[in-house]
Ligand binder design. Structure first.
Ligand SMILES: C[S@@+](CC[C@H](N)C(=O)[O-])C[C@H]1O[C@@H](n2cnc3c(N)ncnc32)[C@H](O)[C@@H]1O
Length: 317
């Protein structure tokens, strides 16, 4: 499958497509491709300037491996370019120069659209792009689709405080479990800083880790010994996938007006939650939130129906 309106030779497709995902990539992109036209349709005819900001834009094409078969699918930038009704402006941010070249070719193929390709760091350019939304009628969709934990809390905060930007964020749960090791003594300063930057606080330390709880009672003396032993024992991460996800969702709720319960995306063929796809609204109008909720609930239902692994997250990861 090729992005509508974009034609490439086979060789060029191979060169510019990026190979990084499986079924979860397809699901994430299904959500985006259903949401963008629903958003521009709902807001068209209301005198809004509609902007799309793709902070980790890639190339516009990706090769995904589904059930062992490689399939070429349109990436988020192509989906946004082909969205009807169209956005008034599109901003693609990408840190790899060659990928920017592919994005520029995509932009050149749609001269009627106002497309900007920015080569550099997503956090820096998102803050700039959001701060540039100065008109009362500017509204934007920000898509945050990093590989890992590259999104800074400050970037989310700037988007949330704008009251104009609704955010799709593919949050890397696997990235967070990897950094927040079960044994906290193996969390390096670098890992700790990465988590602090992504969550905007060091409170996760207290929330995720604790000493073991005494679990048996066999007379007071035994209980005392047990308590003493537990106090001496080293701390461990006691939060599993489900609890970490709930904590992260609560954290996002501290800055956004609305956070939709996320869709969990699993590693293909395994019951391991890899990502949580969040939809978060900065807009605090009750009417806008009602509409956003309804659209996203039906999109997630569709994505879930397509999913072969709709089981809840595994505990204790
Ligand atoms: C998962 S891919 C995005 C795929 C894209 N949304 C799509 O649907 O085709 C993540 C992209 O972010 C880029 N990237 C990673 N870190 C970045 C950063 N700090 N700033 C901008 N781009 C970054 C990578 O080069 C990669 O192309």
């Amino acid at each position: 499958m090729i992005a509508a309106g974009v034609t490439y030779s086979n060789e060029r497709q191979r060169m510019i497509s990026q190979k990084f995902g499986g079924k979860h990539t397809e699901r994430k992109l299904t959500a985006i491709s259903d949401y963008l036209p629903a958003y521009t349709t709902a807001l068209s005819g209301q005198n809004f300037n509609l902007h799309y900001i793709d902070a980790f834009a890639g190339t516009g094409l990706c090769t995904v491996s589904i059930n062992g078969r490689e399939t070429l699918i349109p990436g988020s930038a192509s989906i946004a370019v082909n969205c009807m009704p169209s956005f008034d402006s599109l901003t693609f941010i990408e840190k790899i120069k060659n990928k920017c070249k592919a994005l520029q070719r995509l932009a050149d193929g749609s001269p009627s659209l106002n497309i900007k390709v920015l080569h550099g760091d997503a956090n820096y350019f998102v803050v700039q792009s959001v701060n540039a939304l100065k008109n009362w009628n500017d509204r934007a969709i920000l898509f945050l689709d990093p590989f890992g934990m590259e999104v800074d809390w400050n970037t989310l905060k700037v988007a949330a405080e704008s009251k104009k930007v609704d955010v799709w964020y593919l949050f890397s749960l696997s990235g967070l479990y990897r950094q927040a090791a079960i044994d906290p003594s193996s969390i390096t300063k670098e890992k700790e800083n990465a988590i602090n930057r992504a969550l905007g606080t060091n409170e996760w330390r207290q929330a995720f880790y604790s000493k073991p709880e005494p679990s048996r009672t066999n007379g007071d003396l035994f209980l005392n010994e047990l308590i003493e032993e537990c106090e001496k024992a080293p701390e461990r991460r006691t939060h599993g996938a489900e609890d970490i996800l709930a904590w992260v969702e609560k954290r996002f709720n501290t800055i956004f007006s609305y956070v939709h319960p996320p869709e969990i995306l699993y590693q293909e063929g395994r019951n391991i939650p890899m990502f949580a796809l969040f939809y978060m609204m900065a807009n605090d109008s009750g009417k806008a939130i009602g509409l956003g909720k309804k659209i996203v609930a039906s999109i997630f239902e569709k994505v879930r129906k397509k999913s072969e692994l709709g089981t809840p997250p595994t505990r204790g990861l």
